[in-house]
Design a protein around this ligand. Structure first.
Ligand SMILES: Cc1cc2nc3c(=O)[nH]c(=O)nc-3n(C[C@H](O)[C@H](O)[C@H](O)COP(=O)(O)OP(=O)(O)OC[C@H]3O[C@@H](n4cnc5c(N)ncnc54)[C@H](O)[C@@H]3O)c2cc1C
Length: 378
């Protein structure tokens, strides 16, 4: 038996959940297929949970800005806890990175007016654990960067989708995909599904899904990124620290539930897989931290890795495939899929329904072409 609906979504990470939320709330019959027993098992459950309007290229930054109001004030019943809580970020570097910090500051403050350029002394005053020689270029304070309660956000989208009549099928690995007349027929380990539109939100596997469907790929590049947590020195309260980010993105660290989360900002090419941390990346992270600060990592509390998937221009891919009717891409969220998720939920919902981009997002300078898979085809 084949179960019919309006939209089949493949992948239950933040991208698929956000699209399902928007489409179900438009009254569409949505079925979301997720291979794992837990929809957040892959990249969505492995992020650093930061919302920073200075991060990424221009379309990504605009989509992050456009996400703020929903994340700050989600609809009633969306989440029992706040989705965003204040964190702040501090971008730092030694003297040779001062020019880079100046350029970044000039560029970013057009969009984020609250940024402040800091002297080395001001950086050290805010973060006394940093070594003076690591901050001779000063810093940029980003007071409006926030922590994201990722689990609540993801669950809010999924719960909102099912409350509006959508259905989630877990342990349903998509193994076949074919256009059959006016619908895509999707074969899974949990039966067959059919819909005029299939949304490919399969994260690192999005090009694999395209290959299954006989659709041209977008050149998706999954890249592994590692993170670890460790305990701060006894008696040191870290909860109010900002996230510290190197101007060259060679490392970042931030408070995380009483511990410190650290990443070496690695981007190692990977096949789509259940990514695992590499000991060398852990060692690099610890070395970089101990070089720029007086912190010491004596014992790891946790370590993990996840795949951040990019296309060549590092912008998200969202839109119908030009050569395959009803095949809708929602992929390449890169390192920004959580912070852009509220805007991308609305964008995916609108474009999949054949509508224009929401006005407020277009007003920020984002175009359909910025996101369309057609830009990746020669
Ligand atoms: C260390 C790290 C730090 C990060 N920090 C941040 C941050 O601070 N802020 C931010 O915004 N972003 C951050 N990111 C990026 C963010 O996590 C991703 O952009 C986002 O989670 C991607 O979501 P997704 O839904 O596209 O992918 P995923 O969460 O991977 O979801 C894709 C889903 O598709 C499913 N799937 C695949 N193939 C099939 C199939 N054949 N059948 C059925 N289901 C299938 C998978 O099982 C998976 O659950 C970070 C990522 C990492 C790794």
């Amino acid at each position: 038996m084949v179960e019919h609906c309006d939209f089949v979504i493949i992948g239950g990470g933040i991208a698929g959940a956000g699209a399902g939320y928007a489409l179900a709330r438009e009254g569409k019959r949505v079925i979301l297929l997720e291979r794992e027993s837990q929809p957040g098992y892959h990249t969505t459950g492995r992020s650093a949970a930061l919302f920073a309007e200075t991060y990424g290229n221009a379309p990504i930054r605009a989509l992050t800005v456009a996400s703020r109001s929903f994340l700050m004030n989600p609809p009633a019943g969306f989440s029992e806890v706040p989705i965003l809580t204040p964190r702040g970020a501090l971008h730092i570097g030694a003297a040779e990175k001062a020019g880079k910090l100046d350029t970044a500051y000039d560029d970013m403050r057009k969009l984020v007016g609250s940024l402040r350029r800091l002297t080395p002394a001001e950086v050290l005053e805010r973060m006394p654990v940093l070594r003076a020689e690591a901050v001779t270029g000063g810093g940029i304070a980003e007071p409006d960067a926030m922590d994201i309660e990722v689990h609540a956000l993801h669950r809010g989208f999924l719960r909102g989708m099912t409350a509006a009549g959508g259905r989630i099928v877990t342990e349903a690995e998509v193994t076949g995909l074919a256009r059959n007349g006016a619908v895509w027929q999707v074969e899974t380990s949990q039966g067959s599904f059919a819909a005029p539109v299939v949304v490919n939100a399969a994260g690192a596997w999005a090009d694999r899904i395209a290959a299954l469907a006989g659709v041209a790929q977008i050149g998706l590049m999954p890249k592994r990124r590692t993170a670890l947590t460790f305990d701060p020195p006894q008696g040191m309260s870290v909860q109010d620290w900002p996230m510290v980010i190197d101007a060259d993105e060679a490392y970042y660290f931030k408070p995380d539930a009483g511990r410190i989360l650290l990443s070496p900002c690695d981007e190692t090419d990977s096949e789509p897989c259940d990514a695992q941390p590499d000991e060398m990346d852990i060692a690099i992270a610890v070395d970089r931290l101990e070089t720029v600060s007086t912190l010491q990592v004596r014992r790891l509390a946790a370590k993990w890795a996840g795949l951040r998937s990019f296309v060549a221009d590092r912008t998200i891919v969202c839109g119908f495939d030009p050569g395959a009717p009803g095949f809708f891409w929602l992929a390449a969220q890169g390192g920004y899929g959580i912070q852009t998720s509220a805007a991308m939920s609305r964008v995916a919902g609108a474009l999949a329904l054949g509508r224009a981009l929401p006005n407020d997002i277009a007003d920020l300078g984002v175009t359909e072409q910025d996101l369309s898979p057609t830009r990746l085809r020669t």
